[in-house]
Design a protein. Sequence first.
Length: 281
Amino acid sequence: MTMSDGFYFYPGCSYETAAGYKESVDAVCSRLDIRLEEVPGWNCCGSTAGFSLQGDYGVYHPALVMARASRAGAKELVTGCNGCFNTLRKTRKLLLQDQDLYARTRDKILQEGGPDSAPQLPVRHLLQVLSSRGKMHKSPLSPDMSGLRVAAYYGCLFSRPWTDVDDPEHPQMLDRYIEGLGFTPVNYSLKTACCGAAHALAYREQTEMLVERIIRSMQDKQADLAAVICPLCQLNLESAQLSLGLPRLPVLFFTQVAGLALGVPKKELGLDKLLIEPGKI
């Protein structure tokens, strides 16, 4: 953080088109006096798929993101996407470990007209930022929300392979955040199971099987809704349900859940953009 009360924010490619994510982030951060400064001229980080290509391609694009943020004055970078979070952190680790790779990457950035800035920024997830704010001044929950049971879904890329973010296999950060908002976190077994990620495009049936298993696990524990921290996880968990013969479970972003606790109007949180209407709230 280099700005007082602010963070340099990397939105990633799916942020603005996600169902109410940007709206709810803006609304919640505004009420908590958190300023997110978008990285100037940001580019796609390539996500985790970039590392499957040969050469340094997987490192170059996320390194360029960090170099652009560094040029703007950032000392750390915040993102709200698990894929971006994992990719940026992995890139930073590789560049710190391999000086030859660092030199090649920086040379390529300069050759392509990029900034002459260090592409090695520490990276945090937006959940970490909001969780670190301590107890929020939330509004009293209405009777129809006070007993809501919320299933925290982390996905497979937030706490793994890292050991410095949360417990890799049994993360609790989002659960504690949900509880701090006044809701009841649901203890179920598939919090870090993969939702299929981008494979949903090419392997729809297999992805639906993964999602069905996750949603059933939540519903078996009487969850009223799911809270997620990644645009692709939200899309998969929600859209796949439309083809499954299950009672539909609303899938909200954690910032939408936070906004409800803060008394933000539902329209301002983008709840009308969800495919599955959160009827209980």
